[in-house]
Design a protein around this ligand. Structure first.
Ligand code: AP5
Length: 210
């Protein structure tokens, strides 16, 4: 199964992606995680990406498209994948279509997690992630050590209020047009991203099972 998870910052893409990836046995590919790891390692890519990310801007298309194209060529993607945070612009979506067409594949579903701005701000102002492994703390577990590795929980640098405001603006300007793009392609599944994490996951998996 080849799936894309769309949705505003804080819609719960990373949270749901971990579960979907496990249920369907497909790799979870998060461009945000790849870029954050590059920043942490201080690589050339990380140094280039950091200033965009901390301001809440998108990293340039050519950089991200190259990263994803290379990742999709890995053997674990042969039978499917779950993309989280990519594509984020129409140019990225077209590049993905082209890369898949070259290997005779296509996307099976694009799940759009729908959420309003007030809930985004509420979630991101209290989000904690593991400083070691990057796992997202459950909504109730913000003051505990990481449940996956015991690492310290930290606040992401782009969860500062001004960066969240910019990320929302960038989402509306550059990523929201993808809803129409995939709707026209007939593969868009709209899912309400509110309710408990389990409730959202049940709805998403029922849709994907169909
Ligand atoms: P990225 O890491 O992709 O960030 P994002 O899209 O802004 O999404 P988030 O990770 O903030 O939120 P999420 O939807 O995954 O929500 P989460 O599950 O954590 O990208 C970061 C940056 O990298 C970008 O700004 C850009 O600079 C760059 N980048 C990445 N990809 C790029 C691309 N393709 N092109 C260019 N640049 C790119 O949940 C949020 C919080 O809510 C958590 O605390 C969670 O516990 C909680 N929560 C989750 N579900 C629920 C629920 N049902 N009820 C209550 N709380 C919930």
């Amino acid at each position: 199964m080849r799936i894309v998870l769309l949705g505003a910052p804080g819609a719960g893409k990373g949270t749901q992606a971990a579960r979907i990836s496990e249920r369907y046995g497909i790799p979870h590919i998060s461009t945000g995680d790849i870029l954050r790891e590059a920043v942490k390692q201080g690589t050339q890519l990380g140094r280039r990406a950091e200033s965009y990310m901390s301001r809440g801007e998108l990293v340039p298309d050519e950089v991200v498209i190259g990263i994803v194209a290379e990742r999709l060529r890995q053997p674990d993607c042969a039978k499917g994948f779950l993309l989280d945070g990519f594509p984020r612009t129409v140019a990225q979506a077209k590049a993905l279509d082209k890369a898949l067409a070259e290997t005779g594949c296509h996307l099976d579903a694009v799940v759009n997690l729908e959420i309003d701005d007030a809930e985004v701000v509420r979630r991101l102002s209290s989000r904690r992630v593991c400083g070691s492994c990057g796992a997202i703390a459950s909504p109730a577990g913000t003051s505990e050590p990481c449940a996956s590795c015991g690492g310290e929980l930290i606040t992401r640098s782009d969860d500062r209020p001004e960066a969240v405001r910019r990320r929302l603006q960038v989402y509306k300007e550059q990523t929201e047009p993808l809803v129409e793009y995939y709707s026209k392609a007939g593969i868009l599944c709209r899912e309400l991203a509110v309710g408990t994490v389990d409730e959202v996951f049940d709805r998403v998996s029922q849709t994907l099972d169909r």
